[in-house]
Design a protein around this ligand. Structure first.
Ligand SMILES: [Zn+2]
Length: 196
């Protein structure tokens, strides 16, 4: 069969397929993006997650984020970049405390769930509170992965994979630049101040 006859037909078909694939990138699994508030858990007075509360969604322009975060953190958190493996400053942090969103200060992960995955990125088997993390299907780079974002500001944190340790079997793979660590004494002070 002479395939040259089909070429004019195949090319538009290929384009349509590629566009369809592209449009599936970062499709929200839950449609909560139109709300102006989010239901999240803040730090309680004991440093543990408090009750679910309504918190205003943090919405800023790209220019405002870049000014606040600086170019390196902006590239990760707002432009969905990935820092090179074994380069982040929180990979070997073994202190007790909580990891907060570098964009809006929401508590995202606790030191108690951190483990050494050997991947070169800070890894956790569960979030501080499931309400504080949004998951999106990510079809970029020819892979289907689950992107994780801060539920309050939409900042890109990393991805979650199903090859983590017990008890969850999950591996939340983070960029250090997306996180700000506070040790347990600072966390308790912040929780006590929030509770007032
Ligand atoms: Zn945030």
């Amino acid at each position: 069969m002479d395939l040259t006859l089909f070429r004019p037909l195949l090319f538009p078909l290929l384009l349509t397929t590629l566009c369809a694939l592209h449009s599936t990138h970062a499709t929200p699994m839950t449609d909560s993006t139109t709300n102006t508030t989010v239901s999240v858990r803040l730090v309680g007075p004991d440093g543990q997650p408090g009750p679910v509360v309504s918190s205003p969604r943090v919405i800023k322009t790209d220019a405002e984020w870049e000014k606040q975060l600086g170019p390196a953190t902006y590239r990760i958190l707002r432009a969905k970049g990935t820092e090179p493996a074994f380069c982040g400053n929180l990979l070997d942090n073994h202190k007790e405390g909580v990891y907060f969103c570098a964009g809006c200060g929401l508590p995202l992960f606790s030191s108690g769930a951190k483990f050494n995955s050997g991947t070169g990125w800070p890894s956790f088997f569960q979030p501080y509170a499931k309400e504080n993390i949004t998951e999106l299907r990510d079809s970029s780079f020819g892979m289907t992965r689950t992107e994780i974002l801060c539920a309050r500001c939409g900042g890109h944190l990393g991805h979650v994979f199903e090859d983590g340790p017990a008890p969850t079997g999950l591996r939340y793979c983070l960029n250090s630049a997306a996180l700000v660590f506070k040790d347990k004494d600072e966390v308790k002070k912040e929780g006590a101040a929030d509770a007032k």
